[in-house]
Design a protein around this ligand. Structure first.
Ligand code: G4P
Length: 524
């Protein structure tokens, strides 16, 4: 039973630079799964979510979505879980964490703009984690760049090897369709078409039907393109894709619902099933009997009147049963969740059980943190949910001494949600909040005020990086800490962090203290 459930699951994230078409593609995928009935539903759902909670007003005004949501649906025999990620780069940390909960990724690229900055950053995380990636080159109905040139750019900028699995016939106004190299069939383009037709199977490109269908010159062009592809790119291998040695590429137009079905049909066939995951001491295979999972996201205050939070749990092994008691690894306490939800498209519904690869929403009143493990047996903590050094640091200044407690509580809860990182200095009780983008400070300030009644200002500091420190020699670490005490802080878990003021200075300190190890993520 468990093996069957694992076999049919595909849990993945869609990543892109904002505006490349991630939302549109997600929506079309949901339409195929019958999870939504009409186009526009995903976007309008986002807007409703904004309206529901006030603090999101900030993001709404800026026209971006920060909510990472989960959409599950059935497609043929498969159960698909899409983990949506915020496109805005200020929320990159949220996206990085979501990527720890997926088994593969679809990367959307705009054929006019090519590889953009956010795509590069996100791919670095995928590379670090060796996550298998399929690329979808979108907006082929626009006058985009030459496909070979795009593939070259993807290979050089993202440092990966690609293999096209579909090939466009023309582009922009002359876009006629794609030839699906995976199934060896031709799919003709028609803007905004509703019905998806099966492609015409043409195994041999010298087939005269090709000339009839797309015209002689386009057919000849396709023949020579495909010959070139077979000459230049290695043959496709599912194994190589699954270990991230090769990135298959599809072309299409999400808004026109073109090329999406080809992508989905190939995806379910080749994408990995829920993978084994490692804890500090064990390798946890999904099919093992004992349940285990970890929290990768906490979404707080969906309704500001109740301070409830939803913790997103990725099931790693065994079967999750609502109402069972599970061990909370950090506190060693037993916890029971009678209120668990599954995310099916836009709706949340109470579920009784979930399988590896599934995401479960657990209602929480403040006991869970990102990275926490829940399991039948004590297996320690799952690896691979690190904090990264933030890029912007600001000192927290309490503006209302009467509300100090509220400020502390608010800050600590917002940090547990993973909105930003808090560094508490050893000396002087100074607190510094670190983020990836500037937008979080506004969100934190707003939420502190509206949800906790605390007023805080954020003052710029001249910090450059937070480096987690360790040493094989405890004595050396101790003397380093005392000589640099003004620059030593603790992170949310009490880990020691060296707060460097500039790149040059950090380099000097690293040279002067060769026995101290400096780490740029919290997991080492
Ligand atoms: P994102 O989530 O990656 O930020 O992108 P999103 O799907 O919101 O798409 C960004 C814009 O690109 C949208 O236009 C969308 O309609 C358009 N788009 C998506 N796929 C295609 C495509 O295949 N071809 C063309 N030509 N456009 C595409 P918008 O004007 O910003 O929004 P909307 O009013 O159309 O919804």
């Amino acid at each position: 039973m468990i093996n069957e459930e694992i076999e049919r699951r595909r849990t993945f994230g869609i990543i892109s630079h904002p505006d490349a078409g991630k939302t549109t593609l997600t929506e079309k995928l949901l339409l195929f799964g019958g999870a939504i009935q009409s186009a526009g539903a995903v976007k309008s759902n986002k807007i409703k979510m904004h309206a529901r909670s006030d603090w999101m007003e900030i993001e709404k005004q800026r026209g971006i979505s920060v909510a990472t949501s989960v959409m599950g649906f059935d497609y043929n025999k498969y159960k698909i879980n899409i983990l949506d990620t915020p496109g805005h780069q200020d929320f990159a940390e949220d996206t990085y964490r979501t990527l720890t909960a997926v088994d593969s990724v679809i990367m959307v690229i705009d054929c006019v703009k090519g590889v953009e900055t956010q795509t590069e950053k996100l791919m670095e995380v995928c590379t670090m984690r060796k996550t298998p990636v399929i690329s979808f080159i979108n907006k082929m109905d626009r006058e985009g760049r030459d496909p070979f040139e795009l593939l070259d750019e993807i290979e050089t900028k993202l440092n990966i090897n690609v293999r096209p699995l579909s090939w466009p016939i023309g582009i922009g106004k002359s876009f006629k369709g794609v030839y699906n190299l995976f199934t060896e069939s031709l799919i003709l383009f028609e803007a905004k078409k509703k019905e998806i037709e099966e492609g015409v199977v043409i195994k041999d490109l010298s087939d005269e039907r090709l000339d009839k269908l797309i015209g002689k010159s386009a057919a000849d062009q396709l023949r020579s393109d495909v010959e070139l592809i077979d000459g230049v790119y290695p043959p496709f291998s599912k194994e190589e894709y699954q270990v991230r040695d090769i990135v298959p590429v599809f072309f299409g137009s999400a808004v026109n619902n073109f090329g999406v079905k080809e992508l989905l049909d190939c995806f379910v066939e080749i994408a990995p099933t829920p993978l084994a995951r490692e804890t500090d001491d064990f390798k946890i295979e999904p099919a093992q009997k004992d349940f285990s999972g970890f929290i990768f996201k906490i979404h707080a205050n969906m309704d500001p009147r109740h301070r409830n939070r939803i913790a997103f749990l990725r099931v790693c092994s065994g079967k999750f049963n609502r109402g069972n008691n599970y061990l909370h690894s950090r506190t060693k306490k037993s916890m029971r969740f009678s209120n668990a939800t599954a995310f099916m498209a836009q709706d949340r519904e109470t579920i009784d059980e979930a399988w590896p690869g599934d995401i479960v929403g657990l209602y929480d009143t403040g006991n869970l943190k990102i990275g926490d493990t829940l399991s039948d047996k004590d297996i320690g903590t799952f690896k691979g949910i690190p904090s990264f050094s933030p890029e912007i640091f600001k000192e927290v200044i309490n503006k209302d001494a009467m509300k100090t407690k509220q400020l502390e509580k608010g800050l600590s809860q917002l940090m547990e949600e993973g909105l930003a990182q808090l560094f508490s200095f050893e000396l002087g009780n100074k607190k510094v909040v670190g983020t990836v983008g500037i937008l979080q400070f506004e969100v934190i300030q707003y939420r502190l005020k509206h949800e906790y009644g605390a007023t805080a200002n954020f003052v710029s500091t001249n910090l450059y990086k937070a480096c987690w420190i360790s040493s094989k020699d405890p004595q050396k670490l101790k003397s380093f800490i005392s000589s640099k005490s003004r620059h030593i802080a603790k992170d949310k878990d009490g880990k020691l962090v060296f707060m460097a003021e500039s790149k040059a200075w950090l380099g000097m300190v690293m040279d002067n203290f060769p026995d101290i190890e400096f780490h740029f993520t919290s997991e080492f």
